[in-house]
Write a protein that binds this ligand. Structure first.
Ligand code: CTP
Length: 405
């Protein structure tokens, strides 16, 4: 048993679903791991499990209403929201999910959710058709977009007798998730991590530019995960459609390689790790046209003169100090391993992450990726095809274990 939960302040919100009975086990496990637990319930959840059970197990009064009793004392939702290190909605019903996703605030639970500054984890539980319904799925997507975490419902027999997705995760799984959540928080706590992501854009004229297929998913996944693990992240991003979620990420949006370089240079000294995931244009226009370049009658060929762009990685590589870790990416179509190793030397990387365009489902625009990590000493590790978010997490954990312990 890890000590990740010792003295952690946890609000467990129990809403009105049959899975509420599992809340009793969850409270017991949390208390056993020495967390401080306050249970909040919606009025209708009290029909599924009694406040007495949960207050006895949590060793704290269960809070249901804004007003405590007839003396005029009230449960201060702002204080509760600020008190918690994490809030867990388990079970989270379709109704509560919809309310949280849409900012509705008609009970104590909703007011605490809106007042909270900490991470919030939703553990949905409902019948399969309710779970699958487009509006529920949209609401879950919205919750994720707002930075909330979701432990997805599992597959199994439901209270209705139907079999499908909708079962609340078991208390043991929830405990494992929370343990990881707090464990993750700690490992990069002292670190400042500079990350580049996305594609740069080099203007040709006021309406055209040179770019590439990078969507920034890998760089953003690294940034989000590093921030979730407690790092202060400085993300320098070329064009992407991805939104930043974690408040620990300082985002600088740039267009050209030169702009990306300048922000990187300004933040380089104070960064412990530098991870260069951006797909940077190697060349830019020698001269950017002031006016839109017009098509000329009879001209069936056009030559643009390009000049070399700043190599951000190589420039920072030259300035790198002993205590800094410089991680680059390589995207190769042939002689992958040899080319990647050459880049380690050329740019003074400590580690290079080699993307392959050979594997289906890996590379640009996909949600998954396959990577080979190569260290400057020549050690290699393969990360098989997996979700980019999962991959980012695994890479960060390995970098931490290899270079920071
Ligand atoms: N990189 C950079 N600045 C550049 C070009 C690349 O910081 N102007 C970084 C990338 O972010 C990546 C690494 O260098 O981490 C390797 O990028 P890649 O495009 O594969 O290498 P290049 O040096 O451009 O070599 P080539 O295009 O010839 O493969």
């Amino acid at each position: 048993m890890s000590d990740n939960l010792v003295n952690k302040k946890i609000i467990l919100v129990v809403t009105a679903g049959i899975a509420a009975y599992k809340a009793a086990f969850l409270v017991r496990l949390l208390v056993k791991q020495k967390a401080e637990v306050k249970v909040l319930m919606t009025e209708s959840a009290t029909q599924f499990i009694t406040p007495l059970t949960l207050s006895t197990l949590s060793k704290n009064s269960v809070l249901i209403d804004f007003v405590k009793d007839k003396t005029g004392q009230w449960n201060n939702h702002v204080d509760l929201g600020l008190w918690a290190d994490v809030i867990i909605f388990a079970p989270a019903t379709a109704d509560t999910i919809a309310k949280c996703a849409n900012g509705i605030c008609d009970n104590l639970v909703q007011a605490v959710y809106l007042s909270a500054k900490c991470s919030v984890i939703f553990v949905p539980a409902m019948d399969l058709d309710m779970y699958k319904h487009a509006s529920t799925q949209n609401n879950i997507t919205l919750l994720k977009k707002y930075g909330n975490l979701i432990i997805p419902a599992g597959f199994g027999e439901l209270a209705s007798g139907l079999v499908g997705e909708g079962r609340m995760a078991e208390p043991e799984e929830i405990i494992k998730y929370i343990n990881n959540f707090f464990g993750e928080k700690q490992i990069l706590k002292e670190k400042t991590i500079l990350i580049t992501a996305g594609a740069t854009q080099e203007p040709i004229d006021p309406v055209r530019y040179i770019t590439n297929h990078s969507t920034g998913k890998m760089g953003y996944a690294l940034a989000e995960n590093a921030a979730n693990m407690g790092a202060n992240v400085i993300l320098v991003s070329g064009k992407t459609n991805i939104e930043v979620i974690n408040p620990n990420i300082i985002l600088h949006k740039v267009a050209t390689a030169q702009e990306m370089y300048e922000i990187c240079q300004q933040n380089f000294q104070k960064s412990d790790w530098i991870i260069l995931a951006a797909a940077v244009a190697d060349y830019k226009m020698k001269e950017v046209a002031n006016q839109k370049i017009k098509k000329k009658e009879g001209q069936n060929e056009m030559i643009l003169t390009l000049v070399e762009n700043v190599d951000i990685a190589a420039t920072l590589g030259k300035q790198k100090k002993e205590n800094q870790l410089l991680v680059g990416f390589a995207l190769e179509t042939n002689n992958e391993f040899e080319n990647a190793k050459k880049k380690i030397v050329k740019k003074n990387f400590d580690v290079i992450l080699l993307n392959s365009l050979q594997t289906k489902g890996a590379g640009f625009g996909t949600d998954t990726n396959e990577i080979m990590m190569i260290s400057k000493e020549g050690n290699t590790k393969i990360y098989p095809l997996q979700d980019k978010k999962e991959l980012a997490k695994n890479i960060l954990i390995d970098l931490f274990e290899e270079y920071s312990l």
